[in-house]
Design a protein around this ligand. Sequence first.
Ligand code: ADP
Ligand code: MG
Length: 256
Amino acid sequence: MTTSSGNLAQKAVTETAIKIDNLNKWYGDHHVLKDVSLDISEGEIMVVCGPSGSGKSTLIRSLNHLEEYQEGVVSVFGQPLSRDRQSHKIIHQTMGMVFQNFNLFPHLTVLQNCTLGLTWLRKMSERDADKMAMRLLDRVGIAHLATRYPGQLSGGQQQRVAISRSLAMEPKIMLFDEPTSALDPEMVKEVLDVMIDLAKTGMTMVCVTHEMQFARQVADRVVFMADGEIIEVGPPEQVLVNPQWDRTREFLQHVL
Ligand code: ADP
Ligand code: MG
């Protein structure tokens, strides 16, 4: 087993990027997040794993208010978020998200998918937006696909477009919700390689994934969730090798 080479080891001073305080969420009377608290440092690579239905998506989607919650506070760089305009501005300026199913606009080309946010939200000129998007597409190895439509690409290529589109908005934090789960096995690596490169840039990353090799390679900490609770959190060499709880051990037997 290799030891973690996450970002934090190289960082002397760290600021809290995301602070989650006593988050509680219910769907009707189904309690799906139970008093979840967690601090994520700037530059930290956090991997979240756990069985299906344990609340991983609900948690990560609560961070950028794609989900509302009844109790608790999420703060980003010291700013507590609420439903007001100011909070939405902070979210748009600081956080990008990549989903399991890519969520690209099918009627726009690869390049247009990446420039839309820049020209509409950032009011960037088309020329500058094109330049920036092309640079990002090149970085993830798909500049040659700029004029294609998402439907003409493989899943791995579509996910790399989705990552480029997020990065175009220059986020400080990237959220990934099972970015490789919808991919054929042979395409998983090309997306993980992009995420590993991104991790090396010092980006703060929260990644829901069951790719434990990725976790071992880049995560600073791994969170194990079950039934809406954080059961265990710690460095990968602790949580993945010497889990303190039977539930973690049992889960890992299925994914390792
Ligand atoms: P995970 O991502 O770990 O698989 P989720 O966060 O998607 O888990 O779901 C957590 C729990 O919340 C599950 O029991 C799921 O069935 C429930 N849930 C998720 N979305 C909804 C919804 N829109 N309405 C009702 N229950 C939901
Ligand atoms: Mg999920």
